[in-house]
Every structure is written in C-alpha cells, then in structure tokens.
Design a protein around this ligand. Structure first.
Ligand SMILES: Cc1ncc(COP(=O)(O)O)c(C=O)c1O
Length: 385
C-alpha cells in the first residue's frame, strides 16, 4: 500500500540529470520546442543526405508547421512530404512549392483538390493500384500534362504497396501504359523498422529498404519503364538507407523533434529530443504517486511503452519519475527512488510518439536558453482529408 504523502521530505533531492531552464510565465500544458536542438536536428540529417549524395524531402507529418518546413528547405531540403491533401494545401498557402503527397488519393472531391494544387505548385503523389492511377490519370488528361507518380512498394511494413520484384514490376508496367500519368519513381516507407529488436536488425531493414527498391527499379527498366526516383526512408533507417547505391531521396520526418520511440531504437537521446510537453504537478496524494495536468488529450494514446523507457513518456532529466497511465486530462506517475516532486512544480515530458502529440496543439512555443523566443502555428494539425 502507498503511504500518505506528507509534503517534501528530507529524502527529496535535485534532479538526477541537468534539466534545461523553463520559461516561468508559460502556462501548462504547453508544447515547447528547444530551438537549438531543433536546428541541430535539421542540420544533422541534411548533412547525412548531403554526404550520401541524396536529396532530403522531410515528411512534415511530425511538425505540421510551415515555418519549420521553411527551416528544413533553407537548410537544403529539396522539397517536403505530406500525407494528406489538406496538409499540402496549408504548405502551398505558406508558399512552399515542391510537395510529395505520399498517400493514395481516392474520390472526385480529392481529385479536384489535387488538380487545384497541381496548378499552383510542383506536386507528386503515390499509388499502389491501377484504380488509384486511373483517377490520377483523369486529372492529368484534364490538365493537359501527366501527373507525376511514385509507385509505392511494400518492403516489410505490410501497409500500402505490393511486394518488391515481380508484383511491383507488373503493376508499374500496367500503370505506365495509362495516359495522363508519369511514373517517375518507386517509394517505400520502412515503418517496420520501429519493431526492430536491435541495431543489427535495424541496419538490415534499412539496407533491404534501399536494395529492394533499387533491384525492382532495375527490373522495371528492363521491362521498358525507366525509374528516375528511388524514394525511401524513416527516421530510424535514414542514416543507413541514404548510403545504399541507387537511392535518390530520403524522407525522414520524426528526426526534427525525436521522441521516446526513437530513444528506444537508439537513434536519439534526451538531448536530441526538441519537443516536450510542459506540465504541472497538480496532485501528490501519496508518498510515491503524483498527477500531471495533461493526459491523452495532449499526448494521445499512441505509442507503445517498454524497456528501457518504461511508462507513458519520459520526464526529462528525472529518470526516477515513472509515468504509469493517462486519462484524458491526467497523467498518473510514481517515483521509483528518492527524487520527488511537489505540487505546482513544472516538468517536461518527452512524448512516446511526438507526431500525434504535436497534432493536439494549435501552437508550439520556441525557447532558447530558457527564454521564450517565438511561437509556431501548427497550421497543418487536424488536416485529415
Ligand atoms: C510514407 C512515409 N514516409 C516517411 C515517413 C517518415 O518516417 P519517420 O516518422 O520514421 O521519420 C512516414 C511516417 O509515417 C511515412 O508514412
């Protein structure tokens, strides 16, 4: 049984690791972005792409924010990736003009919006079927120029796409015959890398991701359809797959902020996690148990927890504080050692999955050296159509 909490005790001690300063007048819960870490992450992946001689087309699903997309482009990104047309519309509205919509576009309403986007910006999209391609081709014929498409390949996630090799080659040759569409490349997303059990498995998934596409592209060329673009990438696989010969473009997204999932995979640490949710301790009913003022309405229920980072998020700099469960507006945690919290104290929580957390906020605040420097509008949040 838990003991009743009687306030801070003699055993209370300072945080185990250094925590960066928090702007004192910021209300909670707030989404806080450390600008220095963000800038470092943006520059770091750009360097990976540049050194490997591939283009970086970051997936903006992580930040959903035109200002951060602009930072990525200014650092050298060749364009951006989005999932939904609504996200593309937000980015085009903000003046970003080279966009890959990496999602099958189905239905008249969406095809009309794609057409409008194609008239305003350089837009590519993806397909893994003749049916989707027929719709895209109608838009191309109507516009008087073919719609550039990448055919999505399943390299192990088992989401969208046919298997590499013959199933994809057959599909590509069939799609290439449709007038109004231009098959510019092959695309895959190795999301199954998130299930990798260690560094070795991660590396082999990343190598497979690249090689499967390059080999399939060679077979497409032999079948009469030359492939110009080999587009791959996730945050866990980006550094390895960028180096696979034949890859032309990588599309990591989460790397801008990082999160506990990336920490668990060993591709990030607390110091490279740029986005955190600032919360307040609002209850401490027993000696061990404490309650924070944000739950699934801020963090969502997304992301699985597991060793070595047990719990529903990581409290930055406070490894002895464990977050056990979330309700809509509460996170309940307990302390596993002498480090304690007090009511009114503010903590920074690194989310399990940062992309879905960002989607819950209208804006984020950018801090530098503990001072609030700017706000970011998360203009693409909620754009699910
Ligand atoms: C098609 C596609 N490309 C790229 C990415 C970016 O991957 P990550 O979030 O691991 O950076 C995603 C993520 O969901 C995706 O679905």
């Amino acid at each position: 049984m838990e003991a009743t909490h009687g306030g801070p005790t003699a055993s209370r001690r300072r945080p185990v690791r250094a925590v960066r300063p928090i702007p004192p007048d910021l209300d909670t819960p707030s989404l806080v972005i450390d600008l220095e870490v963000l800038e470092r992450n943006v520059a770091d992946l750009q360097r990976v792409a540049d050194e490997a001689g591939v283009r970086l087309r970051p997936h903006t699903k992580t930040h959903k924010c035109p200002d951060i997309a602009r930072m990525q482009l200014d650092a050298g990104a060749s364009g951006i990736t989005v999932a939904k047309l609504g996200e593309a519309e937000v980015m085009v509205e903000a003046g970003i003009d080279d966009i890959l919509v990496a999602y099958p576009i189905v239905g008249q309403a969406k095809l009309a919006r794609l057409r409008a986007l194609l008239e305003r910006a350089t837009v590519r999209t993806t397909t893994d079927s003749v049916e989707v391609s027929e719709g895209l081709a109608r838009v191309g014929r109507d516009l008087g120029r073919p719609v550039p498409v990448l055919v999505e390949v399943d390299t192990g996630l088992h989401r969208v796409g046919r298997a590499p090799g013959r199933p994809t080659v057959e599909l590509v040759t069939e799609i290439a015959r449709i007038s109004g569409i231009d098959v510019v490349g092959l695309l895959t997303h190795a999301g199954h890398a998130y299930r990798a059990s260690g560094v070795e498995e991660l590396r082999s998934i990343a190598e497979r991701e690249g090689r499967d596409l390059v080999e399939t592209a060679e077979r497409c060329a032999a079948a009469g359809v030359p492939i110009r673009e080999i587009s791959v990438g996730s945050t866990p696989t980006a550094r390895v797959v960028a180096g696979v010969a034949g890859v032309t473009e990588i599309r990591p997204g989460t790397y801008v902020f990082n999160d506990v999932q990336q920490m668990r995979l060993g591709v990030a640490d607390e110091g490279s996690c740029a986005a955190r949710v600032l919360v307040t301790v609002v209850a401490h009913p027993t000696d061990e148990r404490f309650v924070l003022d944000a739950g699934t309405k801020a963090f969502t229920s997304d992301g699985s927890d597991g060793p070595p980072f047990a719990g529903r998020g990581v409290v930055a700099g406070r490894p002895e504080l464990r977050l056990d469960f979330m309700n809509e507006e509460h996170t309940v945690g307990h302390r596993t050692g002498p480090d304690d919290v007090s009511i009114g104290e503010r903590l920074e929580v690194i989310p399990l999955h940062v992309c879905s957390t960002v989607n819950m906020f209208d804006e984020a605040v950018g801090v530098r050296g503990g001072a609030l420097v700017r706000t970011f509008a998360i203009a693409g949040r909620g754009r699910m159509r």
